[in-house]
Design a binder for this molecule. Sequence first.
Ligand code: COA
Length: 540
Amino acid sequence: MRQVESRIDPRSEVFGANTDWYRGMVATLRERQQEAISGGPRRDRSIERHLARGKLMVRDRIDLVIDGGSPFLELSTLSGFGQYDDTAPGAGIVTGIGLVHDVPYVFIANDATVKGGSLLPVSIKKHVRAQQIAEENELGVIYLVDSGGAFLPLQDEIFPDKDHFGGSFYRQARLSAQGLPQLSVVLGGCTAGGAYVPALSDEVIMVEGIGRIFLGGPPIVKAALGEIVDPDELGGADVHTRMSGVSDYIAADEHEAYGLLREICQSTNQRPIGDRQSWANWQPPEPPAYDPSEIYGIVNADDRIPFDSVEIIARMVDGSRFAAFKPEWGSSIVCGFARIWGHLVGIVANNGIIFSESALKATHFIELCEQRRISLLFLQNTSGYMVGRDSEVGGIAKHGAKMVAAVANATVPRYTVLIGGSYGAGNYGMCGRGFNPRFLFAWPNSRIATMAAATAETVLVDIRLGGLDADSTSEEEIAALRAEVRNQYETQSDPYYATSRLWDDGLIDPVDTRDALGLCLALASRQDDAPASRPLVYRM
Ligand code: COA
């Protein structure tokens, strides 16, 4: 593979201006993440009370479980951002991937300083998403349980439906049957539904004095039976480890519990991170030849000015080497092979609007990767598929559909990063959330919506003027509609709006993208190869 020859001039004025703008965005991202982690004034009192009870903060707990000095890939840190009156930083739950004795595990850990660790609608979505990641990547799950269970005021949005609370228990039971260890440490009250997280686990540790499990807590027992009972006598660590058998081990404090958990992990018989299977093509990695932080200067502050995705790829892949496929044809999509942390990947990246040729090229390339069993990485930056009479006559709908069908059916591991716009059906053809990529990350400059705000404004005004009420619509009403649509689209296509709702697995700094993807690819490389997809019917 040849090294990309960059055409970027890092000394140019526009590069400098872009860099300043992007660094500002990264600073905002860090600030917001920090606030989600450590609180803000409204959470100070609950953090104080939590610490006064001798309990550790949720991320300190995770640090004590994972291998010293190893990274933790935290997912969706900004879930819940701007929702629920800003009272649910991180949705009150931390999820991510960390190593224990070199074996990767998914962590699902409640943050009891946010609404007592109870689960809001977005928290349950985050919990279930972490379990999905465990299933696809064949990872055991470590639950650090400190939760008031369902957030009761919103019970209709978390209890009854598919992928609500019941779905999380359904998945937990099935993950265990898949041979993926389900391990719990109980660090707080697990009431009602919450009691099933430990009860469905393969092995359970309870921490004396703070861990409690009961189907009905003391208030419910009092209401139902008139019994007044102390919480520890009802469901403390002693009761469940020495009498009921709901728990398997008792620990005097959190430190002892995490030591015990690490001991348990020594006999889970799971494949370690470096245990690459024969299909996974790997070579010793090399850093990119071009500095990844130059991405800040390449992405244009003015999103109407395109940037070349090859320049981005060059700052993400090993040795900046990229073997482009069909470089002279369908150039609004770039396809080609590269390595990320040594793992061979096929990359599909947008360079603007998707035309028929680009869609056909991408379809051909996806099929190549599927046949050769090479993981696929999609870098989204598109306003969608080309519209207009020439495109329609040229069959853009059927060519786009071929790309969508190929993406949907590829059985090799697929990953997506939103590096710019993700609009319209471009989101689908480029393996958006609906197409179940194993991981989907977004950059702080990304935008996601059916269409850009300016286009939506025109479309919706035209629809109104073509409708039954057209004659009675005043100029003022049209102006108000324009403003309302623009405001709605600008708000809803903001990456913080998206990440808050878990449309991605997290907003990441472009510079960290290579490392995050390296870990994701390593997870897949320890799995057996999946059977290739069956032949599809492509509309020719
Ligand atoms: N639904 C909604 N809010 C809840 C909640 C729940 N299930 N559990 C706790 N909270 C909220 C509290 O209202 C409080 O909110 P605030 O900070 O706005 O005042 C915050 O979480 C902390 O709760 P608090 O009871 O003060 O904390 P604690 O550490 O003393 O106790 C629990 C934590 C989880 C043990 C306790 O709140 C509890 O038992 N909750 C109810 C559990 C339950 O019955 N769940 C049913 C699940 S189906």
